[in-house]
Design a protein around this ligand. Structure first.
Ligand SMILES: [Zn+2]
Ligand SMILES: [Zn+2]
Length: 183
């Protein structure tokens, strides 16, 4: 396999894998008190502040920091995967490391950015696309029932693990644009 093809396969494979990693992390680390820090930051603080309906949207500026992960989470998660990917690359004798790491970084970025935009709507161009509004309704449903809809970016794991609960309604763009006030 050529270098470029192998890295592309690595990117696609790891992007799909990231859906399952996101699901397991969200289900067992962020919603279970196995490790107090992520449980407190997510299940208690994020979900305690952002609920469903009007409180799904940011209303107090000081709550902004309760949406994103701490800065060190990205290097921590990517750093955990790097040795495993190097090992897989060695075993397969195929150059999947950079493509795979790029996929994990891109998935992480999409999680952070989309999740932020879901709670802080600003009429960005993509907020009215069918894909984003579906994902937004999917995440809003998660804020109603915490053990459903655990994926934010790619709900593949939700689909295969039976935790995908279709949202009954989308959040109309005009309500999103007005935040919680007009919900
Ligand atoms: Zn959320
Ligand atoms: Zn959650």
């Amino acid at each position: 396999m050529t270098f470029f093809l192998a890295e592309t396969v690595g990117f696609i494979a790891l992007f799909l894998y990231a859906s399952f990693f996101e699901w397991v992390l969200h289900r067992f680390i962020m919603h279970q008190p196995l490790w107090w820090y992520p449980f407190r930051a997510h299940a208690l603080i994020h979900h305690g502040t952002f609920r469903s309906g009007p409180s799904y949207f940011l209303s107090e500026d000081e709550d902004r920091k309760k949406i994103r992960f701490a800065w060190w989470n990205a290097p921590f998660i990517l750093g955990l995967h790097a040795p495993a990917l190097l090992g897989i690359q060695y075993l397969l004798r195929a150059d999947i490391f950079f493509g795979g790491m790029a996929a994990l970084g891109f998935y992480y970025f999409l999680y952070e950015y989309f999740h932020f935009c879901m709670h802080v709507p600003k009429g960005r161009w993509f907020e009215q696309t069918a894909v984003f509004s579906w994902l937004d309704a999917h995440h809003h449903q998660h804020h109603k029932r915490h053990f459903s809809n655990l994926n934010v970016v790619l709900p593949l794991a939700d689909l295969l693990f039976g935790t995908l609960v279709p949202a009954r309604e989308r959040i109309p763009a005009q309500r999103r644009a007005a935040g919680g006030l007009a919900y």
